[in-house]
Ligand binder design. Structure first.
Ligand SMILES: NC(=O)C1=CN([C@@H]2O[C@H](COP(=O)(O)OP(=O)(O)OC[C@H]3O[C@@H](n4cnc5c(N)ncnc54)[C@H](OP(=O)(O)O)[C@@H]3O)[C@@H](O)[C@H]2O)[C@@H](O)CC1
Ligand SMILES: [K+]
Length: 480
């Protein structure tokens, strides 16, 4: 599991750690890790041309001390201070003592740089880059140099992943002590390149509940249901799928395709597309409806391609088993009925649907995904999976449940019907006994991994191919 902490928490932990260390020791640890990462990227340090973009805070200090270390190994290191009157003095002295210098003309040195260290702002940055930093940042980006962000790409919001102005896009980011939320969430994440975490001893001072967590293979493997010897299909869980309509039978087929590969013992389809479902999947139990008459299930997935049948959404919400609501179901749901439920509810909107549920514009959700998913979870008293380039899953008990961020996205998933597969898959995991946050985040992970499998040859993929690649994703994860 990779975890991220808010700036406030990081600063608190740093203060505790610093109190136990000699002055400046922490910054030296950060600089040592940063210099080592740069050396790795350069291959040969001796003779390399390194430019440091130095802001007025400690982020600039890190860049200067790392630059001093590279200069001692024979690199030509030049500092570009962005606020001449305010620069980390100890860092600058160290750089000069190691043979580095201050640039006369920033644009000239940037034009021939091999590596640029972006030390303009870190966790102390507010808003996008300031006007005076913009031309220098653009010149860096326009050069052939590898850009390495110190702690964070300058200009992103560390706590939210929001981007409100210009950002210096990095090829790699070396972050200290812990990931920051902005390194895991779009749009900020897109500016970070490859992220490397350097330990500085902060870990033991961080609280047990982070702001954010990102699953890895082994985490998902631990969650996935494994049938016991005495299991039968009912004990493994039956998932009820309420999806599709005369107009959209395909949504039912895709949702069932996902559900069949999600670990439930059986899939019960309920609705008007039973013929299409059974023609494709003879192993599926089908029923014309209504859901209450279809037989016992351990979880419902309702919504994809449903059209305007609000009655079935109401009926499913009135049940006492976990319910996943997607697509048309999100448009038709009664908010009070969701809030009043005793069993878990998992809502799976994309940004547009989330915006409608919140009563704001889609852009607003896109720009502040973390706040949006938290707000939805609190408002509906439900677990919310916000789909997107980085899918987020938030539970209503925010204090004890960090938001999960899916690191396994794939841009190939932007294809019709892929959301229907995800709903079926997550519903199946709910029926198999996973909690809503685990079911949502494990489903998003497997779904993204399946898309990567399906697109392995670099060709466009269909939603059904994503469903068909789910066993391969499941195998990968289980082997970890
Ligand atoms: N604490 C520790 O022990 C450790 C900390 N470490 C390092 O310190 C970093 C945090 O340092 P920090 O707190 O000094 O803040 P920092 O990110 O340098 O930025 C603040 C400065 O930037 C300025 N500024 C603000 N916004 C701006 C903008 N949009 N565009 C341009 N400038 C802007 C702002 O100016 P002001 O608003 O005052 O005019 C202020 O002077 C952290 O990320 C890590 O790298 C590591 O060494 C590990 C140990
Ligand atoms: K930076």
């Amino acid at each position: 599991m990779r975890t991220a902490y808010s700036v406030e928490t990081v600063r608190h932990a740093e203060a505790q750690l610093m109190a136990r260390l000699p002055e400046g020791a922490l910054m030296q640890r950060a600089a040592a890790g940063l210099a080592a990462a740069c050396a790795g990227l350069l291959g040969r340090v001796y003779g390399a041309r390194v430019v440091l973009l130095v802001g007025s805070g400690d982020n600039g200090g890190d860049a200067l001390y790392a630059g001093a270390r590279l200069a001692r190994r024979g690199a030509g290191v030049v500092a570009v201070p962005l606020a001449r009157d305010r620069v980390h003095e100890g860092g600058l002295a160290a750089l000069l003592a190691a043979g580095g210098r201050v640039a006369d003309d920033p644009f000239e040195v940037l034009a021939s740089a091999d590596l640029v260290l972006d030390g303009i702002t870190g966790i102390g940055g507010r808003g996008g880059l300031r006007q005076d930093a913009v031309p220098v940042a653009r010149a860096a980006r326009g050069s052939d140099a590898v850009i390495v962000a110190v702690d964070l790409p300058s200009g992103v919001e560390a706590d939210t992943g929001q981007v409100r102005g210009e950002v210096l896009r990095a090829d790699a980011t070396v972050t200290f002590g812990t990931y920051k939320p902005g390194l895991l969430i779009d749009p900020a994440k897109e500016y970070a390149g490859t992220v490397r975490l350097v330990g500085i001893g902060l870990e033991e001072h961080l609280p047990s509940v982070p702001a954010l967590e990102a699953l890895q293979h082994a985490d998902v493997a631990r969650m996935l249901p494994v049938p016991a010897a005495e299991s039968d299909k009912y004990r493994r869980g039956v998932v009820g799928v309420v999806a599709g309509s005369a107009r959209y039978p395909g949504a039912a087929v895709l949702c069932v395709a996902g559900a069949l590969r999600g670990g439930a013992g059986a899939v019960r389809y309920v609705g008007p597309a039973a013929d299409a479902v059974i023609a494709r999947f003879p192993e599926c139990l089908v029923h014309a409806g209504p859901p209450g008459k279809a037989g016992r299930v351990q979880a419902w997935a309702v919504g994809p391609g449903l059209g305007d049948d609000a009655g079935v959404v109401e009926e499913v919400l009135a049940s006492d088993v976990p319910v996943l609501i997607d697509a048309d179901g999100l448009r038709l749901l009664d908010a009070a009925a969701v809030r009043d439920r005793a069993a878990p509810t998992l809502l799976t909107p994309h940004a547009g649907e989330a915006a409608a549920l919140l009563g704001v514009g889609r852009e607003e959700v896109e720009a502040s995904r973390l706040d949006s998913v938290r707000e939805l979870a609190a408002r509906f008293g439900a677990t919310v999976l916000l789909k997107g380039s980085t899918t987020l899953v938030a539970a209503p008990d925010a204090e004890s449940s960090p938001v999960r961020v899916n690191p396994m996205g794939s841009s190939w998933l932007a294809t019709a019907g892929s959301g229907d597969v995800l709903s079926g898959l997550a519903g199946s995991l709910l029926a198999a006994g996973l909690g809503a946050r685990d079911a949502g985040s494990a489903a998003a992970y497997l779904h993204g991994l399946a898309a990567r499998h399906a697109a392995a040859h670099g060709t466009p993929i269909t939603a059904l191919e994503v469903a068909e690649a789910l066993p391969a994703a499941w195998r990968d994860v289980s082997a970890a």
